[in-house]
Design a protein around this ligand. Structure first.
Ligand SMILES: *[C@@H]1O[C@H](CO)[C@@H](O)[C@H](O)[C@H]1NC(C)=O
Ligand SMILES: *[C@@H]1O[C@H](CO)[C@@H](O)[C@H](O)[C@H]1NC(C)=O
Ligand SMILES: *[C@@H]1O[C@H](CO)[C@@H](O)[C@H](O)[C@H]1NC(C)=O
Ligand SMILES: *[C@@H]1O[C@H](CO)[C@@H](O)[C@H](O)[C@H]1NC(C)=O
Ligand SMILES: *[C@@H]1O[C@H](CO)[C@@H](O)[C@H](O)[C@H]1NC(C)=O
Ligand SMILES: *[C@@H]1O[C@H](CO)[C@@H](O)[C@H](O)[C@H]1NC(C)=O
Ligand SMILES: *[C@@H]1O[C@H](CO)[C@@H](O)[C@H](O)[C@H]1NC(C)=O
Ligand SMILES: *[C@@H]1O[C@H](CO)[C@@H](O)[C@H](O)[C@H]1NC(C)=O
Ligand SMILES: CC(=O)N[C@H]1CO[C@H](CO)[C@@H](O)[C@@H]1O
Length: 453
């Protein structure tokens, strides 16, 4: 059966190649992601009526684009229309371009989202143990892929998955909208992502990933939908984007307990600039709680967080191992947030009951400077691990104004230490230790530029 499909696809590819004859050539001054060749999804039999299932058309189109890999690659053009599809794979040297009014829609039929093994750094699916559903759009072992458009839309129709999760009808963990594994030189820009079943953009074991000018939204009462989740990745840049989801808007991760420790791939050199984040029930910017491969060298600038449960959260637990260190978050505006800053060493979700509580995480050298908060209920809840305190938490130039009738108090701290200057309201004494000095704090001088080829 599989052989037949491949043969048919080859025949189709050859036929299209000869029929088309001359492929469109794009100008020399073309924008990033432009390719010397272009094909349109309708050439593969796709119908943009919102009803016809186009999974095979997308699969065949990508299969055909593979033949341009050594000729500069090709663009797959998706015109205006509603293009219903199940899960499909991308290929290297591909630009997927969604025209204005083009909407790629995820099927509501779970069998259109095949089952795959859990990620090796997680060992289990996140909603349920065992395997998980493949994402809608997948990249495996790719290089040089651009997903862009004139504000086209990728809509996961996640509400069916949210309902299955709530009613315990899921058989396997939910899929994401866009996932890249073991890939490099990825650009995602100028698009809107709606209603992911779980996470919207999930690069894992990737390097040189740029996310620019995207809008991500899910219903605010959806269960556990995350926006952008760089996971065991290096050299990632997220800029000029707006994320509004129920759970974490941007979440940095690197694997779960013993699986993440033995996989050992950290998340490092991440730059996040000029983003606008909302998380109705989680944290707008989160680190962890899956961080067993380590998270370091993170630079966040010009962040707006509003109408969120938590603002910035560092999450871990005994059993995780790993580290979160060398983080600088600066120039943050927070409005209408319940808990501004959270550190917790008690995130009790584990892939197995057999986790090793002696695997203690290290949280060290976290600097936050130039934060202004208005209408915040509780400024900071910092709760480290007894016997493995979080250290060198450095706060500089923070000014939070509280909810008028706040009864929760401004700061609570345990098992943490650090340094603070010009912080209002006055932080807890753990962060005012006179023996600490600014020399323990991670500074911006270690900024390292990242190159996206
Ligand atoms: C995104 O849109 C901007 C403005 O139209 C354009 O300059 C940029 O090249 C686009 N990005 C890509 C990857 O096409
Ligand atoms: C998509 O890629 C995965 C991983 O390489 C592979 O197992 C699967 O068969 C591919 N699916 C299609 C339709 O090509
Ligand atoms: C991954 O890609 C590289 C380079 O294209 C190739 O050599 C290798 O065989 C691929 N590995 C798998 C598992 O597909
Ligand atoms: C962002 O993308 C939209 C299309 O989605 C485009 O019109 C706009 O110019 C882009 N802005 C930037 C700054 O690239
Ligand atoms: C779970 O499996 C049952 C039995 O095979 C099936 O009827 C049901 O549709 C599946 N649920 C989902 C969400 O795929
Ligand atoms: C303060 O923030 C809360 C959410 O934390 C919101 O419900 C409330 O309307 C805000 N108050 C004002 C005056 O903006
Ligand atoms: C950790 O959380 C669990 C419930 O999630 C609670 O029972 C336990 O007391 C907490 N431990 C600490 C040290 O806060
Ligand atoms: C904090 O900001 C408010 C205005 O939002 C200002 O009135 C106050 O003086 C500032 N406090 C400090 C200590 O800078
Ligand atoms: C070592 C240490 O200071 N442990 C403290 C951690 O926090 C708890 C709760 O505040 C304290 O009881 C421990 O003494």
């Amino acid at each position: 059966m599989k052989g037949l499909v491949v043969v048919l696809a080859l025949v189709l590819a050859a036929a299209l190649g000869s029929v088309r004859g001359e492929l469109r050539r794009l100008g020399d001054q073309a924008p990033p992601g432009s390719r010397p060749h272009s094909v349109t999804i309708t050439e593969f039999g796709a119908v943009g009526d919102g009803k016809t299932l186009n999974t095979v058309a997308f699969q065949n189109a990508v299969f055909y684009v593979r033949s341009f890999a050594d000729k500069g690659g090709a663009q797959l053009y998706v015109p205006k229309g509603r293009w219903l599809t199940g899960s499909f794979n991308l290929t290297s040297h591909l630009t997927l371009y969604l025209e204005k009014g083009a909407v790629i829609i995820g099927s509501k039929d779970s069998s259109q989202w095949p089952i795959v093994e859990p990620l090796p750094s997680y060992g289990q699916g996140l909603d349920l143990p065992g395997p998980r559903h493949r994402s809608l759009i997948n990249g495996y072992n790719l290089t040089d892929v651009v997903i862009t458009g004139n504000n086209g839309v990728i809509d996961g129709q996640g509400s069916v998955w949210w309902q299955w999760l709530r009613s315990h009808e899921l058989n396997h963990s939910r899929p994401h909208l866009l996932e890249f594994l073991h890939s490099e030189k990825i650009v995602i820009s100028n698009l809107t992502f709606l209603n992911s079943p779980a996470w919207s953009i999930h690069p894992v074991y990737c390097s040189n990933v740029k996310v620019h000018n995207v809008t991500i939204k899910t219903a605010l009462d959806a269960p556990l939908t995350d926006g952008i989740v760089p996971d065991s990745c290096s050299n990632v840049c997220i800029e000029d984007s707006t994320v509004s989801v129920s759970h974490e808007a941007i979440s940095l991760k690197s694997g779960w307990d013993k699986y993440g420790i033995s996989f050992g791939r950290p998340t490092s050199n991440i730059h996040i600039n000029r983003v606008d984040l909302l998380s109705s029930s989680g944290a707008a910017l989160a680190f962890g709680s899956e961080m067993s491969g380590g998270i370091s060298d993170i630079h966040v600038n010009h962040l707006r967080i509003h109408d969120s449960y938590k603002g910035i959260s560092f999450k871990t637990s005994p059993g995780r191992g790993g580290y979160i260190k060398e983080v600088v978050v600066s120039d943050v505006k927070m409005e209408d947030v319940h808990i501004g800053i959270e550190f917790t060493g008690n995130c009790s979700s584990h892939p197995d009951d057999s986790f090793d509580p002696s695997q203690l995480p290290v949280i060290n050298q976290i600097t936050m400077k130039n934060l202004v908060g208005t209408n915040i209920s509780t400024v900071g809840v910092l709760s480290g691990i007894d016997g493995a305190p979080f250290t060198a938490i450095c706060l500089s130039n923070l000014n939070f104004s509280m909810v008028a009738d706040s009864t929760s108090g401004s700061w609570s701290c345990s098992n943490v230490s650090g340094y603070s200057q010009s912080v209002f309201p006055q932080p807890c004494r753990e962060l005012s230790d006179p023996s600490s000095s600014s020399s323990i704090c991670f500074s911006l001088s270690r900024y390292s530029a990242i190159a996206i080829a």
